[in-house]
Design a protein around this ligand. Structure first.
Ligand code: PRP
Length: 207
C-alpha cells in the first residue's frame, strides 16, 4: 500500500505544492484534483482536510504523514510525532483589536479559534478574560462588538488591515510542520524514508 499523506487544505496546500515541486516531485495530479479529497500519485495517496483533522487522521494512523500548521499542534496537542518545521506557512499568533481601541478597565472579552492558546496566554499574564470560540472570520468579532479583541494567526497582515484592526501584542511564531503517525514511523520506515529526507532538505528554515 502506498504511504498516505494528509495535506491541510487552502493556503498551506498551495505553499506545500510549490515546495514539493521544487524538490523534484510531479504535482500535476494534485493541482488537477478539482473537488476530490483523495488523490493517488505514482508514489503516494494524498488526502485533503482542515488542519485539526489532518492531525486527527495522522494520530489514528489513517495517514502516515501530515502537513499541518504549528498553530494547530500548539492548540490541539495531538498524539503524533512532530518531525520538523517546513520552510513555509510562517505566521505568528497575535492579540489584535480595532485601531484606537481602549481596552475596558474590567474583564476583556476575546474571540478566537484558538481558545486553548488564548486561555494559556492570558493565564500566564495573570489576567482573567472571557473567551468566545469562533470557527473563522474572527476579525469580525471586534468590529461587530462581539468581543474587545481577538487572538488569531497573522501571516501577511492583510486581513487585519482590510478590516481596520491592529496588532496589540505578538506572542508565538509558527511554520508548517511535518508530522507522522507514531507506528508508521516504525513499521513503514523504508517506504517513508525518502520523502521524509526530501522534505527535510530545507526544513530547518521553518519556525
Ligand atoms: C487565517 C487567520 C486570519 C488570516 C490571516 O484565516 O485566521 O484570518 O488567515 O492571514 P493574513 O495575515 O495573511 O491576512 P483563514 O484564511 O485560514 O480563514 P478563516 O478566517 O476562515 O479561518
Amino acid at each position: 500500500m502506498k504511504p498516505v499523506v494528509a495535506l491541510t487544505k487552502g493556503r498551506l496546500e498551495k505553499q506545500f505544492l510549490q515546495y514539493f515541486e521544487s524538490l523534484g516531485y510531479d504535482i500535476k495530479p494534485l493541482q488537477d484534483k478539482g473537488r476530490k479529497l483523495r488523490v493517488q500519485t505514482d508514489q503516494f495517496a494524498f488526502i485533503f482536510a482542515k488542519g485539526p483533522d489532518v492531525s486527527t487522521y495522522v494520530q489514528y494512523g489513517i495517514a502516515d504523514l501530515g502537513i499541518v500548521g504549528g498553530d494547530i499542534l500548539a492548540e490541539f496537542q495531538p498524539d503524533v510525532y512532530d518531525l520538523f518545521p517546513l520552510p513555509f506557512g510562517k505566521c505568528r499568533m497575535a492579540v489584535a483589536t480595532e485601531q484606537g481601541k481602549v481596552w475596558p478597565a474590567q474583564k476583556k472579552t476575546i474571540a478566537s479559534k484558538y481558545t486553548g492558546i488564548t486561555k494559556e496566554f492570558f493565564k500566564n499574564k495573570g489576567e482573567s478574560v472571557d473567551i468566545i470560540k469562533l470557527e473563522g472570520s474572527v476579525e469580525l468579532a471586534p468590529i461587530l462588538g462581539l468581543a474587545d479583541g481577538i487572538v488569531d494567526i497573522v501571516e501577511t497582515g492583510t486581513t487585519l488591515k482590510e478590516n481596520g484592526l491592529v496588532i496589540d501584542e505578538e506572542f508565538m511564531r509558527f511554520s508548517a510542520r511535518l508530522i507522522a503517525n507514531r507506528s508508521s514511523l516504525k513499521l513503514k520506515r523504508q517506504e517513508l524514508a525518502q520523502i521524509i529526507e526530501d522534505l527535510k532538505q530545507r526544513g530547518g528554515q521553518g519556525e
